[in-house]
Write a protein of this length. Sequence first.
Length: 440
Amino acid sequence: MKKLNEIPAPLYEIEEEIVQYLNNIFEQQEKSRVINAISNKVRSSLLLDRVLKNIFFEINSLIDIEGIGIFLYNEETDSLDVGFKGYKGCQIDSVGFNQILRHVADSLKSGEQFVDDTVEKFFSDKSLVEKINSNIDIKTFVITPMVYQEKFIGLIAVYGAKPIINSQLDLLQNISDKTSIAVFQAQLFSELKNKNDKDQNLYRQAQKRDEMKNEFLVNISHELRTPLNSIIGFSKILASKDNENFTPKQIQYVNNILVSGEFLVKLINEFLDLSKIEAGVLDLTYEWFNSKSVIYEVMSVLYETAKEKDLNIEFDLKNIYVNADKKRFTEVMYNLISNSIKFSNNNGVIILSNKDLGNSVYVEVADNGIGISEEQKGNIFNKFVSYAGAREGTGLGLPLSKKIIEMHRGNIYFESVPNELTRFWFVIPKDYTCKEKSEQ
């Protein structure tokens, strides 16, 4: 049996080691609990001011300090902006903070924590030092950088009248690490909110301008259309064959007035239709009709114009019935066929065709005219753009046709090889109302 003095270590020393070990475990657990609690509280808000205030209050409740400054890094100016400042006894103002930060900026950006026991060496203004020392004898100045995903977010600067122990420095570092993501998210949220507010404001301004523009167009169009209808009406009477009081040249002048008046009315009507579509107030009136019959009717109206160029019109049309707005369908066909005639060379060929695609109808207008250049293809459906360098025309026919087809839940396409082949075709549901019901 061993004697008592031969025992390697007294039992009480072993007990102290066990207690110390357990205390370390409990301390670490408590530290983790505190840091997680702080992290959860700080990250509970996406408002930057609230996040920064939460960081201040949590640090202030755990460490006995005189003041805190939270600074956010500004990438555009490569400087630090004051995010939040709080103090109990002595306040180091922004000038003082910035003088200190300039001396340690490089090390902070790399993520290193800066600790010093005096601030005097950082100030060129000695009166500021005297002012600080008259209020408090600063024993510790700690700057802890906030870094998220290797990106420098800002820093937390604290100063106090008592030395800060290592465990408190570790706590500051952990708080900074945990709260950096909250600051980053709050900054991102703030940027997105500001951008969204700006976009919303711009959208409202644009919407207001559009409303004013549409209102102006509607009012001025009605004011113009009334006298134009009178001009057209009287021109038709004067240009009638029964009128023997005018010479042939005078009748030609009257016909010119009539054609110009009708062109202006067409322009005004297209203006009104576009304005109504963009304002969302143009209603479609559905009815069943034969697409083949409508295309023939449009071609009969434009026949004399095509005859002047000796154009060869070919038809590949089938009896396909659609439930759509007949007036708007006729308008689209008129725009496409009249464009084809306008940009065809003398003795050219125009082909009008349609196909049954089951639930949809396919309609095509093709010609071997001058076509569309590569430079013009990107703007062909823009308002007031006339392709192939045309001087006549409103530049509204194609954009209006596109919008009408889209209102029918369809699409329009084109391809063009100048002086060889230009095709415009569109596809719309044969019964738009069935498609609308299936989507509801």
